[in-house]
Design a binder for this molecule. Structure first.
Ligand SMILES: [Zn+2]
Length: 488
């Protein structure tokens, strides 16, 4: 348990822009984010976690720690103890209820900033336009905490359906889904300014589903994605205006963040099809069948041994390391750096080796810093899935997937850029620290409103086998470690 800092704010407002890359924070796209940056501190090197996907990132924001601590190790993962008959889709409200029942409400297996606020008698209100799962994991014990979570997916998608009912009563029916999600962004901002903020919750958080959604389906630089981003920024601007018009505005800290970035997909790699042709008994079906190995894909993915010979893990890891599309392979920890399979790096090193829920293997497909069709750096391969070729993706450790937006607008800010290590795991501890509350014992992030204790150290860890070589670069400071990127 860290010592509490002196409170420097009475309330905190957090706005998360799903999937926003810092290099798209531009005057013509995001004037309101830049308005906050002009009076705050922009942590330019802020980092997401691995795997850089939404529900893992959401859980990491909530818990102030990476998945090795909170146990949400993928957007979809095989959590056999809780849901034995299928791959756990963490976006799905019904599956979350099953998993929460198994874990007695501790599916997110660490205290969150919502839990800490509740113990201090303080309120967290969330307005969420993303999936039911992402709305859940930002404050997974919202009901027990006496808090309030609105979900754009309706009353069924939150533990506190009264939040949705209240919004509908005040603002009218939830908007129709569209791409980009313009009406949802505008509606979410109205829930904030007309319902949430007037009640003065200690922490209010809004999660914008853009630019992520339209990046995926129309591409990073597409006119539709830019329209979605502009509208998310405009919606944020109405919230910032509302806050700045208050007589005690200087006592309200505003944090703008993203959960991960995105890169463009240049190749679709039928990795698992090739593995099956090569003789592996492997299934990617959502329903668990008799296959020896169970896998999920994307830019990164996991492979688990369902049953049978443990030697299959070593054999498929070796096969992956010989596959030309594979950049990184990780397995369970051997010595803090290397995994138990020769040539792999450790899942613990990556912050993902949760004791009960880690898979046997994770992998990342290769990506580069080459420019995509819009001139944006970051181009990679993915396994076949719902995103069209050329669409945006995330999940790996390309710097443009990992680098997040993180701006702290508080009384201490002077409109500067900070190159200090920072990341999504710092958001919760910062919100708590601003209010004078100590972090939970399991939180690894720090309060960014106060100076770091240590100098930052950059370290590279490498492993390889035969012609396969991989490395990952990290920055370490104050007991936490951020992934900077990797190479192969
Ligand atoms: Zn996301």
């Amino acid at each position: 348990m860290s010592r509490p800092d002196q409170p420097t704010a009475d309330r905190v407002v957090i706005a998360v822009f799903d999937g926003l890359r810092p290099d798209l924070v531009r005057p013509e796209l995001t004037p309101n984010i830049l308005r906050l940056a002009a009076r705050g501190t922009w942590f330019r090197r802020a980092r997401s976690v691995f795997p850089s996907v939404t529900r893992v990132a959401t859980s990491s924001i909530a818990a102030g720690a990476p998945p090795i601590v909170h146990g949400i190790v993928g957007n979809a993962f095989y959590h056999r103890a809780a849901i034995s008959d299928r791959i756990f889709d963490t976006s799905d409200a019904a599956q979350i209820r099953r998993a929460e029942a198994h874990h007695d409400g501790r599916l997110l297996a660490a205290d969150t900033f919502g839990d800490v606020l509740a113990r201090a008698g303080k309120r967290l209100a969330v307005v969420h336009t993303g999936s039911a799962g992402s709305a859940h994991f930002i404050n997974p014990r919202a009901r027990a905490n006496g808090h309030w979570t609105f979900s754009m997916h309706g009353a069924e998608a939150t533990q506190t359906p009264e939040a949705v009912e209240q919004a509908i009563e005040r603002l009218g029916p939830l908007p129709e889904r569209e791409l980009p999600r313009l009406q949802e962004l505008a509606y979410g901002a109205r829930v904030m300014t007309e319902i949430v903020l007037p009640t003065q919750p200690d922490v209010a958080l809004i999660w914008f589903n853009e630019p992520d959604t339209t990046f995926h389906y129309r591409g990073l630089g597409s006119p539709e994605a830019m329209a979605g981003l502009r509208e998310a920024d405009r919606a944020f601007g109405t919230i910032l205006d509302w806050v700045e018009a208050l007589p005690d505005a200087e006592r309200i800290a505003v944090i703008v963040a993203s959960d991960h970035g995105q890169i463009s997909t240049g190749t679709v790699e039928p990795l698992f099809e090739t593995a099956v042709k090569g003789g592996f008994d492997l299934s990617t079906a959502k329903a668990i069948n008799g296959a020896t190995l169970v896998a999920t894909g994307g830019i990164s993915g996991e492979i688990r041994l369902r049953e049978g010979d443990r030697g299959e893990i070593g054999r498929i890891a070796t096969w992956l390391m010989q596959h030309p599309a594979i950049g990184h392979v990780f397995s369970r920890n051997r010595n803090g750096v290397e995994g138990e399979v020769a040539g792999t790096l450790s899942l613990d090193l990556m912050g993902t080796g949760h004791a009960e829920r880690q898979p046997e293997l994770m992998f990342i497909l290769k990506s580069t810093l080459d420019a995509d069709q819009y001139g944006l750096p970051g181009l990679g391969a993915m396994t076949p899935g719902g995103v069209p070729l050329g669409g945006g993706m995330h999940g790996g450790i390309n710097p443009h997937e990992l680098n997040t937006v993180l701006i702290l607008g508080d009384a201490s800010g002077h409109g500067g850029l900070s190159q200090e290590p920072a990341g999504i795991i710092d958001i919760g501890p910062t919100a708590l620290g601003l209010l004078g509350l100590a972090s939970a014992a399991t939180m690894m992030g720090r309060n960014l409103a106060v100076p770091a204790r240590e100098e930052a150290r950059v370290v590279r860890h490498s492993a390889g086998s035969g012609a396969f070589a991989q490395h990952v670069d990290f920055v370490e400071q104050d007991g936490r470690r951020f992934i900077l990127g990797g190479g192969h």
